[in-house]
Write a protein that binds this ligand. Structure first.
Ligand code: URA
Length: 238
């Protein structure tokens, strides 16, 4: 159990500098267990701590792990250049505590994106050695053929890659739609693999990472949720 002064609690949760947090508390914007508390130095146990800032309720979290249903035309970069960044879809307190995307989806790719402020988690999830399958649904410009599916399963050569890359699984879902499971996370991998196999990607959606399925989270496009222990366990390699 950890005891922290209230101003430190707010600071750790992304409510600004220590001074700004002190002012928030002294200004009567903080309630703990429903009671207005205006002493910034008051120590509290952080385990399971629930509080309200300006009427909005929060649970103290040492780190946050989030899933976002990424809409098209958002960039995953912290400094987006051509489109708004995915971080703009989160509350300011989450942005201020340093949440960032785990890996990247292209600006036009939609679907499941993980975000966190836990550097070790981000590093582990992004490691090329971590073999967590990612399921994509790709819409192709041309009709899917058995030869296209066979090439993707067999492996295709990509420029700059020493070895051919193969889909772990690949299945036709509709005349112009494929489910593709990849273990690696190379730059533009699905689009480049489709192009190398003689097709073109018209739209791409990530629908699962490991056992975590976007559908099960019930997130509308552009919305996000916290991931709990059970959901994080689904992200571990089998
Ligand atoms: N593969 C791609 O080509 N783009 C993505 O955004 C993700 C995987």
């Amino acid at each position: 159990m950890s005891r922290l002064a209230l101003e430190r609690v707010l600071q750790s949760q992304g409510f600004g500098t220590r001074r700004q947090c002190r002012q928030l508390i002294e200004g009567g914007h903080l309630r703990v267990a429903g009671t207005l508390v205006d002493d910034p130095a008051m120590p509290v146990d952080t385990a399971g701590l629930r509080f309200e800032v300006s009427g909005q309720s929060w649970l103290y979290r040492e780190h946050v792990y989030l899933a976002l249903n990424k809409p098209p035309n958002y960039e995953c970069s912290r400094r987006p250049s051509h489109h708004p960044g995915v971080l703009s879809l989160l509350p300011e307190a989450l942005r201020l505590r340093g949440v960032q995307a785990v890996g990247r989806l292209d600006h036009d790719t939609t679907g499941l994106l993980l975000l966190s402020d836990d550097g070790a988690f981000i590093h582990a999830q992004s490691s090329p050695r971590r073999k967590v399958p990612k399921l994509y649904v790709a819409t192709t410009q041309e009709a899917v053929t058995p030869a296209l599916v066979a090439s993707l399963l067999q492996g295709v050569r990509l420029h700059d890659e020493p070895e051919p890359l193969a889909a772990l699984r690949c299945e036709q879902l509709a005349p112009r739609e494929l489910a593709i499971v990849l273990e690696q996370g190379k730059y533009h991998q699905v689009k480049r693999m489709l192009a190398a196999a003689g097709s073109h990607c018209a739209a791409l959606r990530r629908v699962a990472i490991g056992g975590l399925r976007l559908e099960a989270l019930g997130l509308a496009e552009g919305s996000w949720c916290y991931l709990g222990e059970a959901e994080l366990a689904l992200l571990r390699p089998a």
